[in-house]
Write a protein that binds this ligand. Structure first.
Ligand code: G3P
Length: 215
C-alpha cells in the first residue's frame, strides 16, 4: 500500500512528505484554487519537495487545452507528474493518447467499474474512485471499490481510493481491494495518532517525570 496526501497546501505537503513514507501528492483544481496561487507555482513548489509522484488534474475542460496544460506542468515537474484525468469519454481519449506516449496516467472521479475497465483498455496506470462522494450520492462507496477491484482483477491497474473522510473509510476501502489511499492532511494525522496511543504516551511521560522528580 502507498499513502498519498491529498492537498495543494504547501505547509501540509511539506509536513506530510517530511515523514519519509508518504509516496506522493494528489491535487485537483479545487485544492489548487484554494491556495490562491497559480497552478504553475504550486506544481513547481511541490516538485521541489521531492514527492515520488505528483498528480495533476487540468483546469481546462477541452481536450486540446488540457493536453497543453499537462505538457506545461510536466515541463515544470518532470516525469514525477502523473496526469489525473476525469472519467469522461473525452478524458479517456486523452488518457489513451498520453499513455501511448509512455506517460503514467490516472483516471479520476471514477464512479463505476465500467469506467475502470475502460481505463484499463486506455492504458491507465491508476484509477481513482471517489468513495465518500459516491456514498453521498447514494452509491455505496465501499461496494464501488469492491466492484472495481473485481473488475480489474488480473490487470496491472492499481486503485487509489480518494474522497475519504474518516479512518473507518480508509480501513474499509483497503479491505475492499484498494491498493493505495490518498487522504487529506488531517486524516493522515488521524491515521497515525490513535487517541489511546496518545493517552499511553501521556501516561508514560507522567511516570517518567514523577521518576525524575523523585531523584
Ligand atoms: O482529490 C480527489 C478528492 O479530493 C475529491 O474528493 O470529496 O475530498 O472533494 P473530496
Amino acid at each position: 500500500m502507498a499513502v498519498y496526501v491529498d492537498s495543494a497546501d504547501l505547509e501540509e505537503v511539506r509536513e506530510a512528505l517530511s515523514a519519509g513514507f508518504v509516496r506522493g501528492v494528489t491535487t485537483n483544481p479545487a485544492l489548487i484554487a484554494r491556495t490562491g496561487r497559480k497552478p504553475e507555482e504550486i506544481i513547481a513548489a511541490i516538485s521541489e519537495l521531492w514527492p515520488e509522484e505528483l498528480f495533476y488534474q487540468p483546469f481546462s475542460t477541452g481536450a486540446e487545452e488540457a493536453r497543453e496544460e499537462l505538457e506545461r506542468m510536466r515541463d515544470i515537474a518532470g516525469p514525477i507528474l502523473v496526469p489525473k484525468i476525469p472519467a469522461t469519454w473525452e478524458g479517456l481519449k486523452l488518457l489513451s493518447e498520453l499513455a501511448g506516449k509512455g506517460w503514467k496516467c490516472a483516471l479520476t472521479a471514477v464512479y463505476s467499474p465500467l469506467q475502470a475497465l475502460l481505463a484499463k483498455e486506455a492504458g491507465a496506470f491508476y484509477v481513482i474512485p471517489y468513495v465518500n462522494r459516491a456514498t453521498r450520492q447514494g452509491i455505496d462507496g465501499m461496494e464501488l471499490v469492491a466492484q472495481i477491484s473485481r473488475a480489474l482483477q488480473g490487470s496491472k491497474v492499481q486503485i487509489i481510493a480518494a474522497s475519504l473522510k474518516s479512518v473507518e473509510e480508509v480501513l474499509g476501502v483497503l479491505s475492499c481491494g484498494a491498493h493505495h489511499v490518498t487522504v487529506p492532511w488531517p486524516l493522515l494525522k488521524a491515521m497515525a495518532d490513535h487517541p489511546l496511543s496518545l493517552q499511553a504516551v501521556e501516561e508514560f511521560a507522567r511516570v517518567s517525570n514523577s521518576g525524575k522528580e523523585g531523584k
